[in-house]
Design a protein around this ligand. Structure first.
Ligand SMILES: C[S@@+](CC[C@H](N)C(=O)[O-])C[C@H]1O[C@@H](n2cnc3c(N)ncnc32)[C@H](O)[C@@H]1O
Length: 212
């Protein structure tokens, strides 16, 4: 064995069966590496959020952002983006006249990236990105809300929006619609699609349909 060349050792390893223990070690090692990457890089700050509410970062495309802005046309005042990622929707909303424009994001890397983008665009004093759990944000004074989250959390989000938003609020969702609400407008096609929901119409639908 001492005289074996690296090629011979490698050839021997290739032909030797790995065995159950080896498979378990590889499995555990891979699992640990994936978990470390998920917790450390992809989802830091999410440790206290239940797994079923963890939504990964996927940025909205340019078309998607434009569709969201089209649905917000004619609206004024403040805007919040729940799960703001790298801040693109908030920045665009500010450029369309929304003020204050605020993004809530749990991932600290993304909060820093969003601030960097705002600084590079010369608007860092006009927009804000807060490292907060969107489920704990008080929405009672929000008039314009944008959301691009996973379908698995949208039922729960409906309840929060229904309980907290004022009647004159407008909610715009990207990529996925709210499962039980009726949109007042839809913009775009396929994965670029966005839906707008009037809070007042939504409440009338819910309460109106319960009348005898
Ligand atoms: C699909 S991405 C959308 C990002 C951005 N709004 C956009 O359209 O480009 C969803 C974002 O929500 C963030 N997020 C998920 N759960 C959150 C929570 N509980 N509180 C704050 N941010 C959250 C994720 O980190 C991720 O950046």
């Amino acid at each position: 064995m001492d005289d074996d060349t690296p090629e011979e050792i490698f050839a021997e390893l290739k032909t030797r069966p790995i065995g159950g223990w080896g498979v378990a070690q590889i499995g555990a090692g891979t699992g640990l590496a994936v978990y470390a990457m998920w917790v450390g890089i992809l989802q830091p700050g999410f440790r206290k959020v239940p797994l079923r509410l963890q939504v990964p970062y996927i940025p909205a495309s340019k078309v998607q952002v434009q569709n969201v802005m089209t649905l917000l046309r004619g609206r004024k005042g403040g805007l919040v983006d729940l799960g703001s990622g790298d801040g693109r929707i908030v920045l665009e909303a500010h450029q369309h006249g929304f003020s204050p424009a605020v993004g809530y994001e749990l991932n600290p890397w993304l909060v820093q990236l969003a601030r960097f983008h705002a600084w590079r665009a010369g608007h860092h004093e006009k927009v804000s990105y807060r490292r907060e759990d969107l489920w704990k944000v008080d929405l009672t004074k929000c008039k314009n809300v944008t959301v691009f989250l996973a379908p698995s959390v949208l039922s729960l989000l409906q309840e929060k929006l229904q309980a907290e938003l004022p009647d004159d609020a407008l909610v715009v969702t990207g990529r996925f619609p709210l499962p039980d609400w009726k949109p007042c407008r839809v913009e775009g096609q396929g994965v670029e699609r966005a839906w707008a929901y009037s809070m007042q119409a939504q409440r009338q639908n819910v309460f109106g349909s319960k009348l005898p």
